[in-house]
Design a protein around this ligand. Structure first.
Ligand code: DGY
Length: 324
């Protein structure tokens, strides 16, 4: 069975595939064109897909009819048309849990960076603009006892809420497709409507799975309802927020600040006006970028492929209906 890996991954993943006698195809060119990438997909039975840019939709599956399974090197699966894959009985694996700590750490980091304008202050030092002590300059806000609103309280959202409660005694509210009983029991988290979430939170952190129906759900009318001291954190997908509306809300002081690990598009252009604002911190999608998380992701993705090659169910499958 031939496995195409489109980008480099930690060795642990390669070793697992080799130990199971799977043939590996790699991308010869560093920045392949769409056609070069597609040619390799056509040669493979299974894809180990790294990075969220390749779309796996009807057109892709029509172009690559021999693809039998895809193991994503990510927890997010928004680049796959799951209904189409399921219709074609193509199992899609993802990498949950192993990156929950790392990703929630980045949300927690961004929240603190923005609350103390750390990003802006670092620039100040670097550019030689650190002047005399001023009791009224660059004041941040403390996070103790504030309300964290989690949009999408799954594994990553739970970790973020747990950290915020332990570190700052924050109250947790959340909006989700369904109730998270563990969070309600262990963190005293309260389920609220989307409107209540946006109106009551001091910090809003997004941890949901992205679907096109949720495009721009954080937009002008939502930013207008948020508290003036609100900090908006997005470590999930850039499509959740409307960037123009966010920029406007930040510039006009409708909200306090924003911390983004994801943008739309990615990478963000270096001339983006958001990068000029003192109350914004942008990171280059590093949520899962730790040695531990990336090794875990490589292991899970390869184990999904090995299971598939043995006619077994993928251990972490997005569309279990393929096995019905
Ligand atoms: C994920 O796992 O979904 C991360 O965002 C990396 O793509």
């Amino acid at each position: 069975m031939k496995v195409f890996i489109n980008k480099r991954i930690p060795q642990i993943g390669i070793d697992i595939l080799k130990e199971n006698n799977l043939e590996i195809i790699t991308q010869e060119t560093e920045h392949p064109t769409y056609q070069e990438w597609l040619e390799n997909c056509k040669k493979a039975d299974v894809l180990l897909s790294v990075g969220g840019k390749n779309k796996y939709d009807k057109a892709f599956f029509d172009a690559c009819p021999d693809i039998k399974a895809i193991a994503l090197f990510s927890v997010g699966f928004d680049q796959v048309d799951i209904a189409e894959a399921t219709k074609r009985k193509i199992p899609i694996g993802n990498t949950p849990d192993v990156l929950s700590r790392a990703t929630s750490d980045v949300a927690f980091l961004l929240m603190q960076m923005v609350s103390r304008k750390a990003n802006y202050n670092i620039e100040k030092v670097k550019s030689g603009n650190w002047k005399d002590f001023d009791a009224l300059e660059e004041l941040g806000q403390e996070l103790y006892g504030k309300t964290l609103g989690v949009f999408g309280l799954g594994r990553i959202g739970f970790e973020m809420a747990e950290k915020c409660k332990a570190a700052f005694g924050m109250n947790i509210i959340y909006h989700n497709r369904s109730h998270n009983e563990q969070a309600e029991k262990e963190l005293d988290a309260k389920y609220v409507s989307f409107d209540e979430l946006t109106q009551q939170s001091d910090i809003i952190s997004i941890h949901a799975n992205y679907t096109p129906e949720q495009a721009d759900i954080f937009n002008k009318s939502v930013f207008e309802k948020m508290k003036k001291n609100a900090i908006f954190i997005n470590t999930a997908r850039g499509g959740f927020h409307n960037e123009t509306d966010l920029l406007e809300a930040l510039k006009s002081g409708k909200i306090w600040g924003a911390g983004l690990d994801v943008t739309n598009p990615e990478p963000m252009d270096k001339t983006n006006p958001l990068l000029q604002l003192p109350n914004v911190c942008v990171l280059p999608h590093i949520g899962s970028a730790t040695i531990e998380a990336r090794n875990g992701m490589a292991k899970l993705a390869s184990e999904n492929i090995v299971a598939f090659s043995k006619d077994e169910k993928m251990p972490t499958i997005v569309n279990p209906k393929v096995y019905d």
